[in-house]
Design a binder for this molecule. Structure first.
Ligand code: TRP
Length: 361
């Protein structure tokens, strides 16, 4: 095998440049692309997800781009012991997608858990033969996740899930993957697997595209503690499904500082600036403008404004979510349709893979 152990992650700047070009072309030629992206079903989504990735997905599929949303239920098993709530989480995640405006009835958008697509999972076997142990060992995101899990014994699924993620992306020949920075090593591995597969088995007729990352342009949302990323497990998140009263209570407890005059200064005043940023995302006004308006109204005024902005912004979303929640049969139907369409493409791809690998009988 050539190129072994030489995964070139490139520079972040080059990735941003390519992502910006791709962004422009998506608007002109939506029909050229197939978006594949997804989440682990670990619980309900929060506003960090909404501003970070969900709205970007809604925007892309409104451009008319085909979109496959994979719910990575097997991936949940890589770093946690509990599995009891997985299927409930799959449904809650689907509810959040639909409430956020993902239209699963447009014939172009498919939501499915990867555990339901045997033909996708089967791609894992040939893909595992195209990478080396040391390449998997060196994946920076996996290393961080191992540290964060605090575990001594790491299961092999943790080291190999990026290969499985390549199957998630390549089963439908996805060529655009909207992701955050932490997922870039996985995407580079997917590109390497596509390239090596084509070189080894399909030199004359490439089977897989090399998918491109589309980086989210929205800023990173910190939690209400202002010191780390928003995340449910860190107890610093506003869930999309929270009530207006819960939202108000959470914001009341948000960390600020002792300076009364409100200013936007992300470096020196991360907590206050993050709250201003959230108001800005809800209202479309700049954080500086908002800070100037609050002036010496202090943290009390800032929090009051944030509570009102978020509750108003999320109201249509929350109404839709409550409606959908009382119609779980519909949510299940969306998943069944997604699985059916995903299996159709996966079957065609696996057939092609067997053909070029000489595994037809
Ligand atoms: N690893 C991703 C995460 O933890 C989830 C995921 C699974 C994914 N398969 C994917 C993301 C395919 C993009 C494309 O968030």
């Amino acid at each position: 095998m050539e190129n072994v152990d030489k995964i070139d992650y490139g520079t972040f700047e080059a990735t941003i440049r390519r992502s910006n070009q791709l962004e422009k072309d998506l608007i002109i030629n939506p029909g050229k692309y197939r978006v594949l992206t997804g989440d682990r079903p670990t619980g309900r989504l929060h506003i960090g997800h909404l501003f970070g990735s969900l709205q970007n997905r809604v925007r892309l599929h409104k451009l008319g781009v085909q979109t496959y949303l994979v719910i990575a239920d097997y991936q949940v098993l890589t770093d946690r012991d509990t599995f009891e709530s997985i299927s409930e989480n799959v449904r809650q995640l689907t509810l959040d997608y639909l409430a956020a405006g993902i239209d699963a009835n447009n014939g172009k958008t498919f939501i499915f858990p990867h555990s339901q697509i045997p033909e996708l999972n089967q791609l894992l076997l040939p893909f595992l033969t195209l990478v080396t142990n040391s390449e998997l060992d060196r994946n920076p995101t996996v290393k961080e996740e191992i540290l964060a899990s605090g575990k001594k014994n790491i299961n092999a699924g943790m080291y190999t899930y990026p290969v499985h993620q390549a199957a998630d992306i390549l089963f439908c020949k996805g060529n655009v993957v909207p992701v955050g920075k932490d997922q870039l090593p996985h995407l580079e591995l997917t590109r390497v697997i596509a390239r090596r597969f084509n070189e080894r088995f399909a030199a004359n007729r490439p089977v897989f595209p090399e998918p491109q990352p589309l980086l989210s342009t929205s800023p990173m949302i910190l939690g209400l503690d202002g010191s780390q990323k928003m995340s449910k497990s860190r107890n610093n998140a506003i869930m999309l499904s929270s009530t207006e009263d819960e939202t108000a209570r959470l914001i009341k407890k948000a960390k600020t500082d002792s300076e009364r005059l409100i200013t936007y200064d992300p470096d020196k005043r991360p907590e206050v600036s993050n709250l201003l940023l959230l108001i800005s995302l809800c209202t479309g006004r700049t954080p500086e403008e908002i800070a100037a308006e609050i002036g010496d109204g202090g943290a009390g005024q800032l929090k009051k404004m944030l509570t009102e902005s978020i509750n108003e912004y999320l109201r249509p979303f929350r109404t839709r979510r409550t409606e959908l929640e009382s119609n779980m049969d519909y949510v299940r139907q969306v998943l069944r349709n997604g699985v059916e369409s995903a299996r159709e493409v996966a079957t065609a791809t696996l057939d092609e893979v067997r053909e070029v690998m000489n595994m037809k009988i």
